[in-house]
Design a protein around this ligand. Sequence first.
Ligand code: AMP
Length: 237
Amino acid sequence: MPQTSKDPVALRSIIVLLGGPGSGKGTHGQALAAALGYEHLSSGEQLRDHIRRATPLGLQAKGLIENGQLVPDDLASELIHGLLAGYSNVRSFVLDGYPRSLAQAKALEQIVAAVGGTVTQALYLAISDDEIVRRLSGRLTCKTCGKTFHESSNPSARAGLCDRCGGELFRRIDDEPATIRRRIAVFHHAIDPLLAFYRETGRLAEVPAEGPVAEVSARVIARAKRGGEGCEGAPVQ
Ligand code: AMP
Protein backbone atom coordinates (compact mmCIF):
# COMPACT_ATOMS: atom_id res chain seq x y z
CA MET A 1 0.00 0.00 0.00
CA PRO A 2 1.46 3.43 -0.84
CA GLN A 3 2.49 5.57 2.13
CA THR A 4 0.59 8.75 2.82
CA SER A 5 1.49 11.65 5.07
CA LYS A 6 -0.78 10.07 7.74
CA ASP A 7 1.04 6.76 7.56
CA PRO A 8 2.74 6.09 10.94
CA VAL A 9 6.00 5.11 9.25
CA ALA A 10 6.00 7.95 6.75
CA LEU A 11 7.91 10.38 8.95
CA ARG A 12 11.41 9.17 9.61
CA SER A 13 14.28 10.67 11.54
CA ILE A 14 17.72 10.11 10.10
CA ILE A 15 20.92 10.67 12.07
CA VAL A 16 24.08 10.64 9.99
CA LEU A 17 27.46 9.70 11.43
CA LEU A 18 30.46 11.46 9.93
CA GLY A 19 34.07 10.63 10.64
CA GLY A 20 37.29 9.26 9.21
CA PRO A 21 38.01 5.62 8.59
CA GLY A 22 38.31 3.83 11.93
CA SER A 23 36.62 6.65 13.85
CA GLY A 24 34.10 4.14 15.21
CA LYS A 25 31.09 4.91 13.02
CA GLY A 26 30.18 1.22 12.93
CA THR A 27 30.65 0.49 16.63
CA HIS A 28 29.02 3.66 17.95
CA GLY A 29 26.43 3.65 15.18
CA GLN A 30 25.21 0.23 16.31
CA ALA A 31 25.15 1.32 19.96
CA LEU A 32 23.28 4.51 19.06
CA ALA A 33 20.74 2.68 16.92
CA ALA A 34 20.11 0.16 19.71
CA ALA A 35 19.70 2.94 22.29
CA LEU A 36 17.21 4.90 20.17
CA GLY A 37 15.40 1.94 18.59
CA TYR A 38 16.60 3.01 15.13
CA GLU A 39 17.85 0.83 12.29
CA HIS A 40 21.63 0.97 11.72
CA LEU A 41 22.63 1.15 8.05
CA SER A 42 26.29 1.07 7.01
CA SER A 43 27.06 1.91 3.38
CA GLY A 44 30.45 0.17 3.65
CA GLU A 45 28.86 -3.04 5.00
CA GLN A 46 26.23 -2.93 2.27
CA LEU A 47 28.89 -2.48 -0.40
CA ARG A 48 30.98 -5.35 1.00
CA ASP A 49 27.84 -7.50 0.91
CA HIS A 50 27.38 -6.64 -2.78
CA ILE A 51 31.01 -7.61 -3.38
CA ARG A 52 30.52 -10.96 -1.60
CA ARG A 53 27.44 -11.63 -3.74
CA ALA A 54 29.24 -10.44 -6.91
CA THR A 55 26.33 -8.22 -7.91
CA PRO A 56 26.86 -5.64 -10.70
CA LEU A 57 27.26 -2.95 -8.01
CA GLY A 58 29.71 -5.17 -6.11
CA LEU A 59 31.78 -5.72 -9.24
CA GLN A 60 31.93 -1.97 -9.86
CA ALA A 61 32.79 -1.18 -6.25
CA LYS A 62 35.37 -3.89 -5.55
CA GLY A 63 38.51 -2.36 -7.10
CA LEU A 64 37.74 1.12 -5.76
CA ILE A 65 37.17 -0.08 -2.20
CA GLU A 66 40.27 -2.26 -2.20
CA ASN A 67 42.24 0.78 -3.39
CA GLY A 68 40.92 3.04 -0.63
CA GLN A 69 38.89 5.19 -3.02
CA LEU A 70 35.23 6.11 -2.84
CA VAL A 71 32.63 4.57 -5.11
CA PRO A 72 30.97 7.20 -7.37
CA ASP A 73 28.43 9.43 -5.61
CA ASP A 74 25.52 8.32 -7.80
CA LEU A 75 26.11 4.64 -7.03
CA ALA A 76 26.34 5.27 -3.29
CA SER A 77 23.20 7.43 -3.37
CA GLU A 78 21.21 4.90 -5.41
CA LEU A 79 22.21 2.20 -2.93
CA ILE A 80 21.03 4.25 0.05
CA HIS A 81 17.85 5.37 -1.68
CA GLY A 82 16.95 1.75 -2.45
CA LEU A 83 17.64 0.66 1.11
CA LEU A 84 15.70 3.47 2.79
CA ALA A 85 12.76 2.99 0.43
CA GLY A 86 12.82 -0.78 1.01
CA TYR A 87 12.33 -0.61 4.79
CA SER A 88 8.61 0.16 4.65
CA ASN A 89 8.08 -0.64 8.35
CA VAL A 90 11.13 1.07 9.87
CA ARG A 91 10.72 4.56 11.18
CA SER A 92 14.18 5.90 11.76
CA PHE A 93 17.81 5.25 10.86
CA VAL A 94 21.38 5.82 11.89
CA LEU A 95 23.36 6.15 8.65
CA ASP A 96 27.00 5.13 8.99
CA GLY A 97 29.39 6.00 6.16
CA TYR A 98 26.89 7.87 4.02
CA PRO A 99 27.00 10.73 3.10
CA ARG A 100 30.74 10.92 2.44
CA SER A 101 30.77 13.97 0.14
CA LEU A 102 28.87 17.20 -0.27
CA ALA A 103 27.14 15.79 -3.36
CA GLN A 104 25.93 12.82 -1.31
CA ALA A 105 24.71 15.08 1.50
CA LYS A 106 22.65 17.04 -1.02
CA ALA A 107 21.37 13.82 -2.61
CA LEU A 108 20.35 12.57 0.83
CA GLU A 109 18.11 15.61 1.32
CA GLN A 110 16.21 14.60 -1.85
CA ILE A 111 16.14 10.94 -0.87
CA VAL A 112 14.71 11.54 2.60
CA ALA A 113 12.14 13.92 1.18
CA ALA A 114 11.10 11.18 -1.28
CA VAL A 115 10.83 8.45 1.37
CA GLY A 116 9.17 10.74 3.91
CA GLY A 117 11.68 11.83 6.49
CA THR A 118 14.23 14.32 7.65
CA VAL A 119 17.93 14.35 8.51
CA THR A 120 17.75 15.58 12.08
CA GLN A 121 21.42 15.50 13.06
CA ALA A 122 24.95 14.95 11.80
CA LEU A 123 27.29 13.66 14.49
CA TYR A 124 30.99 14.03 13.67
CA LEU A 125 33.23 11.50 15.41
CA ALA A 126 36.50 13.38 15.76
CA ILE A 127 39.78 11.47 16.04
CA SER A 128 43.38 12.29 15.04
CA ASP A 129 45.10 10.83 11.98
CA ASP A 130 47.61 9.02 14.24
CA GLU A 131 44.73 7.33 16.02
CA ILE A 132 43.16 6.35 12.67
CA VAL A 133 46.40 4.63 11.64
CA ARG A 134 46.76 2.90 15.03
CA ARG A 135 43.19 1.60 14.95
CA LEU A 136 43.05 0.45 11.33
CA SER A 137 46.43 -1.20 11.26
CA GLY A 138 45.38 -3.52 14.10
CA ARG A 139 41.74 -3.95 13.11
CA LEU A 140 40.27 -7.41 12.62
CA THR A 141 36.74 -7.82 11.29
CA CYS A 142 34.36 -10.79 11.59
CA LYS A 143 33.56 -12.36 8.21
CA THR A 144 30.11 -13.36 9.42
CA CYS A 145 28.67 -10.49 11.49
CA GLY A 146 31.05 -7.56 10.80
CA LYS A 147 31.98 -7.00 14.47
CA THR A 148 35.43 -5.44 14.79
CA PHE A 149 38.30 -6.15 17.19
CA HIS A 150 41.80 -4.72 17.63
CA GLU A 151 44.86 -6.98 17.80
CA SER A 152 46.24 -5.33 20.92
CA SER A 153 43.68 -2.96 22.46
CA ASN A 154 40.53 -5.06 21.98
CA PRO A 155 41.46 -8.67 21.12
CA SER A 156 38.83 -11.40 20.82
CA ALA A 157 38.77 -14.03 23.56
CA ARG A 158 39.77 -16.81 21.12
CA ALA A 159 42.42 -15.75 18.61
CA GLY A 160 41.01 -15.40 15.10
CA LEU A 161 37.39 -15.97 16.14
CA CYS A 162 34.55 -13.54 16.80
CA ASP A 163 33.27 -13.26 20.40
CA ARG A 164 29.76 -12.54 19.23
CA CYS A 165 29.09 -15.23 16.61
CA GLY A 166 32.22 -17.43 16.43
CA GLY A 167 32.89 -16.30 12.85
CA GLU A 168 36.38 -16.09 11.37
CA LEU A 169 38.26 -12.77 11.81
CA PHE A 170 40.14 -11.24 8.91
CA ARG A 171 42.07 -8.06 8.06
CA ARG A 172 40.12 -5.99 5.54
CA ILE A 173 42.11 -5.56 2.35
CA ASP A 174 41.61 -1.79 2.64
CA ASP A 175 43.16 -1.86 6.12
CA GLU A 176 46.64 -2.43 4.65
CA PRO A 177 49.08 0.46 5.44
CA ALA A 178 49.32 2.05 1.95
CA THR A 179 45.54 1.92 1.56
CA ILE A 180 45.00 3.41 5.03
CA ARG A 181 47.07 6.45 3.99
CA ARG A 182 44.99 6.84 0.82
CA ARG A 183 41.73 6.56 2.77
CA ILE A 184 42.87 9.27 5.20
CA ALA A 185 43.69 11.58 2.24
CA VAL A 186 40.28 10.85 0.65
CA PHE A 187 38.58 11.58 3.98
CA HIS A 188 40.36 14.95 4.44
CA HIS A 189 39.49 15.99 0.91
CA ALA A 190 35.76 15.49 1.48
CA ILE A 191 35.08 16.24 5.13
CA ASP A 192 35.27 20.06 5.32
CA PRO A 193 32.47 20.83 2.82
CA LEU A 194 30.38 18.11 4.45
CA LEU A 195 30.84 19.59 7.92
CA ALA A 196 30.08 23.07 6.56
CA PHE A 197 26.86 21.79 4.97
CA TYR A 198 25.49 20.45 8.26
CA ARG A 199 26.92 23.32 10.33
CA GLU A 200 25.19 25.89 8.14
CA THR A 201 21.86 24.13 8.61
CA GLY A 202 22.33 23.89 12.40
CA ARG A 203 22.52 20.10 12.51
CA LEU A 204 26.19 19.45 13.21
CA ALA A 205 27.52 18.22 16.53
CA GLU A 206 31.13 17.18 17.06
CA VAL A 207 31.79 14.32 19.47
CA PRO A 208 35.36 13.63 20.68
CA ALA A 209 35.76 9.96 19.72
CA GLU A 210 39.04 8.87 21.31
CA GLY A 211 39.05 6.93 24.57
CA PRO A 212 37.32 3.79 25.86
CA VAL A 213 34.62 2.44 23.51
CA ALA A 214 31.84 2.40 26.13
CA GLU A 215 32.57 6.02 27.13
CA VAL A 216 32.53 7.25 23.53
CA SER A 217 29.31 5.36 22.79
CA ALA A 218 27.71 6.94 25.87
CA ARG A 219 28.86 10.37 24.67
CA VAL A 220 27.43 9.78 21.19
CA ILE A 221 24.09 8.58 22.59
CA ALA A 222 23.85 11.51 25.02
CA ARG A 223 24.62 13.95 22.22
CA ALA A 224 21.99 12.43 19.95
CA LYS A 225 19.39 12.52 22.73
CA ARG A 226 20.04 16.22 23.26
CA GLY A 227 19.08 16.63 19.59
CA GLY A 228 19.59 19.97 17.89
CA GLU A 229 20.14 21.80 21.18
CA GLY A 230 23.61 23.32 21.23
CA CYS A 231 24.48 22.12 17.73
CA GLU A 232 27.09 24.24 16.03
CA GLY A 233 25.91 26.81 13.55
CA ALA A 234 22.62 28.47 12.74
CA PRO A 235 19.26 26.83 13.45
CA VAL A 236 17.46 25.07 10.60
CA GLN A 237 15.23 27.46 8.69
P1 AMP B 1 33.57 1.91 5.52
O1 AMP B 1 33.14 0.52 5.88
O2 AMP B 1 32.55 2.95 5.87
O3 AMP B 1 34.96 2.24 6.02
O4 AMP B 1 33.64 1.95 3.91
C1 AMP B 1 34.57 1.15 3.22
C2 AMP B 1 34.72 1.64 1.80
O5 AMP B 1 33.47 1.56 1.12
C3 AMP B 1 35.16 3.08 1.65
O6 AMP B 1 36.57 3.26 1.76
C4 AMP B 1 34.65 3.39 0.25
O7 AMP B 1 35.49 2.82 -0.73
C5 AMP B 1 33.33 2.65 0.21
N1 AMP B 1 32.19 3.49 0.68
C6 AMP B 1 31.45 3.32 1.79
N2 AMP B 1 30.51 4.26 1.89
C7 AMP B 1 30.67 5.06 0.81
C8 AMP B 1 30.02 6.23 0.33
N3 AMP B 1 29.01 6.80 1.03
N4 AMP B 1 30.45 6.79 -0.81
C9 AMP B 1 31.46 6.26 -1.52
N5 AMP B 1 32.14 5.16 -1.14
C10 AMP B 1 31.75 4.56 0.02
